[in-house]
Every structure is written in structure tokens, then in C-alpha cells.
Design a protein around this ligand. Structure first.
Ligand SMILES: Cc1ncc(COP(=O)(O)O)c(C=O)c1O
Length: 401
């Protein structure tokens, strides 16, 4: 190791901040070993990236508008892309104008910016339990205190949210800074908040004055059943802060996401974003836009759905066939994950050690809980492996139990 003049540990201790790494990212580095079947990351299928179309789109942008693409641009994002996003969202009942849309460097950046602008340090923020690890990481970086709220097969238990808020109010405490939800095909559980509970959640948030952040990367990846309307599209949802992304329908490496929010929120986010990165990559914004203009993104999404539906079915069939009695799992109607609960007495962290020895990986449930729990659970991704690899991997997982 190179010599270093400082004690960096002391430097970091002086900040008074803790920064916890993500168990998922650490584990992904182990799973790069050849031969490992990983159900760990939340990765799309790379063989479905529309590389030729994107290459043609980026070529056209550089040929026809190279100077625009390579120059500094507005923090809010490339206006024609904001128009396209507003128009696409309108088709799903999310009424917004391009001025209500802020382009972000992935929706992950939106989580980071929202943590900065909506909450004072040490504020409680309400999250789902289990919840998306990247959001927990973003919120914790600002010393926010995530409070995990239980879920069932219909998503967040809204009665429980109301009781929690009521208890806090009766103590005279201010409401939490916001409530964060992945209401549709949730990461990590795969469950979807039911239509009735969506309305109840909006009522509850309004009654207690709690802003709602709806993170929606997966709703276009729907395999069964009718589409569930976004919280933002429902009556009373006008103040919901809605996050979307091209990561799951096009390619995550583009790092393109967006926020739809009331204007005062957008204004604050723009100021925070100026400090973070000035603006999102202008070439990527124009390349993605050009791709959408010259190709049929909807047809591409239909293809993703076909392939991912087959993979989801393979995973559910393999779980039924291979896992021992007493194991349960969710049957997601969309998205990328299923959530497995092991028989009593098993701890998924111990199982992971044996699974890695058998060349199969997953993420233990503890990673997704803020207040402890999840020892018997694990998350499996089904989009990044072929049906054959899924069967092989679930067989190895079964042997690790
Ligand atoms: C719920 C959720 N939000 C946000 C993200 C980050 O997405 P992006 O690539 O747009 O930053 C992910 C990625 O897996 C996710 O699952």
C-alpha cells in the first residue's frame, strides 16, 4: 500500500459521519468470479440492450448537434427530452408539463438531492421494510433516520403508517420529513401496493402533512394483470414527488432519470443539482432522446416484458420444484425480484456463505431492513440470468440450504 501522511480514519471520525457501504455492491465484487450464478444485483439483461439503435442515435447526435451535446447545458435538462418524458407520462395518467420535469443522473441522484432539500439532519424519514438499499444509503449520507414500516402481500400496511404518525403527533413531534415508497413491483420484495391502499396512503399523507416520494423504476416491466395507476396519477396525488428512469427500460449505464414534482420542489432540486453536477450528461440526454424518436421504445419494452416474464416463470417454477417445504416466496407481477422466506431456524447470511461455495449468490434480507429483521429472507433477481441458468442456480441454492 502507498504511504499516506494522514490518519484518514481520524479525518473521517472528525466529520462525525458514518458512511456504510452497501452489502450488495460488496457482494457483487465476489460474484464476478467466473462460474458464479448471481441472483444478487438488480441488473437488466445486457443481451437486450439496443446497442445498434443507441449507436446510431449517438452517431446522429454527434454528427448533427455535436456542439450542443458537448457544451454545458441547463441544469433542468435538455428541453426536448423533458417534453418527451412529460408526453410519455401523460399516457399513463401522470399529467405534467416539461417544466415539472427535472432530468437527473439516474433516479439514484434524485434520491440524493431529495435527501438534501426535504430534510434536516437527524429527521426521521419513513421507508418500507424491506426497502431499497440505495435509498437508505442516500438518506443516511445526510444523517437522516430511516424508520422501516412493515409490508404485507399488498404492500405497505397503511393503517400502521397512520398509527405511527398519530402516535408521533400525540407526542407533539413534527411529522417525518417524507415517506419514500416503491409502490409498484417493489425492490426488494416484488410486491405492489394495492389500489385501495394507494388512495388510503394519499389521504394519510395529506392528513399528517407528510410529502410522498414515489420511486417508480419498474412499473413498465409488467408481466401479468392490469397496470396499477401511479400514486402521482391518482386524485390527491398532485403533490407526490415522482421518480422515473431509463435504467430498466433502456440501459442503466446511460445514467438518465427524472423527477416530476411541484414547482417549488423542482426549484430547490435545481439549486442542489447545480452544486452536485451542474447538469446531467448532455450527450446521453440527446442520445436517449434520438433513440426514442428513431425507434419504438414501446416495442422494446414489450420485448423486455416477454423475455423477463419467461425468466420470472422459470424462477417461480424452479423455486416450487427445488426448495424445501416451509419456504415461501412472493409471486411478482412485474419488476426484477422475488423475495424468499426460508424455513424457521435458517439464517440467510449463513446460507449465503454455503451458496457462494456452491457458486450461486443472492442478497440476504438483513441488507434491506433498517430496524433489524430479514434474517430468514433473501432477494433473488431473475432478469439477469437465462431460464437454464435460473434452474441451475436455484438447484445450487437448494443444495446450500
Ligand atoms: C427502487 C430503485 N430506485 C432507484 C434505483 C436506481 O436507478 P437509477 O439507475 O435510475 O439510478 C434502483 C436501481 O436498482 C431501484 O431499484
Amino acid at each position: 500500500m502507498a504511504r499516506t501522511a494522514f490518519s484518514w480514519t481520524e479525518v473521517f471520525e472528525r466529520t462525525g459521519r458514518s458512511l456504510r457501504g452497501s452489502e450488495i455492491r460488496e457482494m457483487l465484487s465476489v460474484t464476478e468470479r467466473p462460474g458464479v450464478i448471481s441472483f444478487g444485483g438488480g441488473l437488466p439483461a445486457p443481451e437486450l440492450f439496443p446497442i445498434a439503435g443507441l449507436r446510431a442515435a449517438f452517431d446522429a447526435v454527434l454528427r448533427e448537434d455535436g456542439a450542443g451535446a458537448l457544451q454545458y447545458g441547463p441544469t433542468t435538462g435538455h428541453r426536448p427530452l423533458r417534453e418527451l418524458i412529460a408526453q410519455r407520462l401523460g399516457r399513463r395518467g401522470i399529467e405534467c408539463s416539461p417544466d415539472d420535469v427535472l432530468i437527473t443522473t439516474g433516479s439514484q441522484q434524485a434520491l440524493d438531492l431529495l435527501g438534501r432539500v426535504l430534510a434536516a439532519p437527524h429527521s426521521p424519514v419513513l421507508v418500507e421494510s424491506p426497502g431499497y438499499v440505495g435509498a437508505l444509503q442516500a438518506f443516511r449520507a445526510f444523517e437522516l433516520e430511516p424508520v422501516g414500516l412493515p409490508m404485507d402481500a399488498d404492500g405497505l400496511i397503511v393503517d400502521g403508517v397512520a398509527r405511527w404518525l398519530d402516535g408521533r403527533r400525540s407526542l407533539g413531534a413534527p411529522p417525518p420529513a417524507f415517506l419514500y415508497t416503491v409502490a409498484t413491483y417493489q425492490n426488494p420484495s416484488g410486491v405492489t401496493l394495492s389500489p385501495d391502499r394507494r388512495l388510503e396512503l394519499l389521504d394519510c399523507a395529506t392528513a399528517f402533512g407528510v410529502p410522498v416520494i414515489e420511486d417508480d423504476p419498474y412499473s413498465e416491466l409488467r408481466y401479468d394483470g392490469p397496470p396499477t395507476p401511479s400514486l402521482r396519477a391518482l386524485p390527491g396525488g398532485e403533490d407526490v414527488i415522482y421518480l422515473g428512469t431509463f435504467s430498466k427500460v433502456l440501459a442503466p449505464g446511460l445514467r438518465l432519470g427524472w423527477v416530476v414534482a411541484p414547482r417549488p420542489v423542482i426549484d430547490r432540486l435545481v439549486i442542489a443539482k447545480q452544486g452536485a453536477d451542474l447538469h446531467t450528461d448532455g450527450l446521453a440526454q440527446r442520445g436517449a432522446l434520438r433513440f426514442c424518436l428513431d425507434n419504438d421504445l414501446d416495442a422494446h419494452v414489450i420485448r423486455l416484458r416477454e423475455v423477463y416474464r419467461e425468466r420470472r416463470d422459470a424462477m417461480l417454477d424452479a423455486l416450487r420444484e427445488c426448495l424445501p417445504d416451509g419456504t415461501t416466496w412472493t409471486e411478482p407481477a412485474g419488476g426484477m425480484f422475488t423475495w424468499v422466506t426460508l424455513p424457521a431456524g435458517l439464517d440467510s447470511r449463513d446460507v449465503l456463505k454455503r451458496a457462494l461455495a456452491n457458486d450461486v449468490a443472492f442478497v440476504p434480507g438483513t441488507a434491506f431492513h433498517v430496524n433489524g429483521g430479514g434474517e430468514r429472507s433473501l432477494r433473488l433477481n431473475f432478469t439477469n440470468s437465462t431460464p437454464e441458468r435460473i434452474w441451475e442456480g436455484i438447484g445450487r441454492l437448494a443444495r446450500s440450504l
